[in-house]
Design a protein around this ligand. Structure first.
Ligand code: GDP
Length: 533
């Protein structure tokens, strides 16, 4: 047993850095994860985290659907020690069919690393994930990857951050050498040059070679001068490093590197340890902070069913918010006031599971046999009781009318839809206009529909018939009295989500703009996330 003194909990929490990597598919997230873990020596050889063909895969593959596609739909956490710090890297699936699960992971982190491909810059999925970071005020470190290959101009990439997402770049390094002929980086903190060296396959962490500025200029000449001059342009334009602006999420430190060659990765880890926010007191539903050293509390940010096909088990992932978690403790689920036994707490990353004995604020625990737990639930030990705000619903992008394929199973179908909604697998929308209570299911990513269909069939024995609706643009209708305006167009309608939000749906952006032009009073708001969190 670990004595859970206050100072012990505060010190352990202070060592934690809990973050996620947000990126578009192929930007190099798996490669970066491997490289980070390599530095921390969790896994002996780069490649072990990757699930793609040809490499040893430990990426979680639960449903067969996931296995057959060779991707990871689900999220879990990788924990490793780096120096005195304990790093919790939460996995956000990078696949294009990503879902609300991906967003929910961001409710459990204290910071994020935005990973960009140097040749592509900001891509759609990165933007969507960044929106959630912005909504939650999560500080973001930017890592511009693949610098070993021809890419875009550095200044252009920096401008893109300012212009498209209003985030001031604060470069901490600057690439030296023209695209494709990468020499290394200028370290803007101490002015030295860090030489880029290749290691075979990036499989080992290369020793770092540094030159002082004088030597660097002698050796690199014009390339060095141009890097110095360019970087000065950014610092002069408000890009001087300021930790406070990182923490208030108005600016982002930027690093350049090549994950596949392990270049810049140690710098990123050091930066996370030095700069990234530690776990702090989380606000409860009444906006009172729950002190880190209060008795154990955690909230469930993800529930995953059927990870182990042999057992159809359900694992709930919870982030510890206060106190010490000890396996075996019986905690209370604040939503139901029922006890929950934690005998089978695990750490889950990919197929690797290990039993968690003790966890501190910032850590993620996987609770097995968790059919009683829902996304957003709070778990706590003893008194005082605490309840954290539920997780928000995110702006859905896919819509389908859901009907039971077999009408004799209509009752089970209704139960199933209710269950899936309560678990946050899909959102459920309704409209009087659609009559007979036929639900429209809505999702951030289409794969959520597949999961829902699979479960309705397998668990409720009620196969579903989905008729997809053509909507692509969604806004929140702030004045319900204006419902008829949106409903009057043939290419738009208003649906009410179970949480009461009125969603105005349009076939495309143009349809919405035309309607707004004709009805200038129509009050529509962007919808990133709605709810109590
Ligand atoms: P993910 O989809 O974001 O997880 O991306 P992966 O880690 O699978 O990387 C996508 C591709 O980019 C793979 O072929 C990687 O080898 C490659 N890649 C990743 N990082 C780098 C890098 O720094 N330089 C180059 N040239 N390729 C990289």
């Amino acid at each position: 047993m670990v004595p859970s003194t206050s100072s012990n909990v505060a010190a352990e929490a202070g060592r934690r850095r809990t973050f996620a990597v947000i990126s578009h598919p192929d930007a190099g997230k798996s490669t970066l994860t491997e490289a980070l873990a390599l530095h921390a020596e969790v896994i002996s050889e780069a490649g072990a985290v990757h699930g793609k063909s040809g490499r040893r895969g430990v990426v979680s593959d639960w449903l067969e659907m996931e296995r057959s596609r060779g991707i990871s739909i689900t999220s879990a956490a990788l924990q490793f020690a780096y120096g005195d710090a304990v790093i919790n890297l939460l996995d956000t699936p990078g696949h294009a069919d990503f879902s609300e699960d991906t967003y929910r992971v961001l409710s459990a982190v204290d910071s994020a690393v935005m990973l960009l491909d140097a040749a592509k810059g900001l891509e759609p999925q990165t933007l969507k994930l960044f929106d959630v970071c912005r909504y939650r005020g999560i500080p973001v470190i930017t890592f511009i990857n693949k610098w070993d290959r021809p890419g875009r101009e550095v200044l252009e990439l920096c401008d893109e951050l300012t212009e498209r997402i209003g985030l001031q770049p604060m470069p901490l390094t600057w690439p030296v050498g023209v695209a494709g002929q990468f020499r290394g980086v200028l370290d803007l903190v101490d002015g030295s040059f860090v030489r880029y060296t290749r290691t075979a396959g990036g499989a080992t962490a290369a020793p770092e070679e540094r030159l002082d500025p004088g030597r660097a200029e002698e050796e690199l000449g014009a390339e060095w001068v141009s890097a110095s001059e360019e970087s000065e342009l950014i610092t002069a334009a408000g890009g001087e490093f300021d930790a406070a602006r990182f923490l208030d999420a108005s600016a982002t430190p930027v690093l350049f590197g090549a994950a596949v060659l392990n270049f810049g990765v140690r710098h990123l880890l050091d930066l996370l340890v030095e700069l990234a926010p530690r776990p702090s007191a989380r606000l409860d539903v009444d906006e009172r902070p729950r002190a880190l050293d209060a008795p154990f509390s955690a909230f469930v940010f993800k529930v995953q069913t059927g990870m182990d096909p042999a057992h159809r088990d359900q694992v709930a992932f919870a982030r510890v918010c206060s106190g010490v978690f000890e396996r075996g403790m019986v905690v209370t689920n604040a939503s139901t006031a029922r006890p929950f036994a934690t005998k089978y707490a695990q750490q889950v990353f990919g197929q690797q599971r290990s039993t968690v004995e003790t966890a501190y604020p910032g850590d993620v625990i996987g609770l097995v046999n968790a059919s009683a737990l829902r996304v957003g639930d709070t778990l706590h030990d003893g008194k005082p009781a605490v309840r954290f705000p539920g997780l928000p619903s995110f702006a859905p992008a896919h819509f389908a009318v859901a009907r039971p394929a077999d009408l004799s199973r209509a009752k089970q179908f209704r139960k199933g839809i209710e269950q899936l909604e309560s678990e946050g697998v899909v959102q459920v929308l309704r409209s009087d206009r659609r009559g007979d209570g036929t639900p429209v299911v809505a999702a951030v990513g289409p794969m959520q529909f597949e999961v829902a269909a699979h479960r309705l069939d397998a668990e409720f024995k009620s196969p579903v018939k989905l008729d997809h609706l053509p909507y692509t643009t969604v806004r929140r209708l702030t004045d319900p009295a204006q419902r008829s305006v949106v409903d009057s167009g043939g290419r738009s309608e208003v649906l009410t989500r179970t949480d009461g939000t009125e969603l105005a749906l349009f076939v495309d952006d143009m349809t919405m703009r035309i309607m707004l032009r004709r009805n200038p009073d129509l009050a529509l708001e962007p919808l990133v996330a709605e709810g109590s969190a």
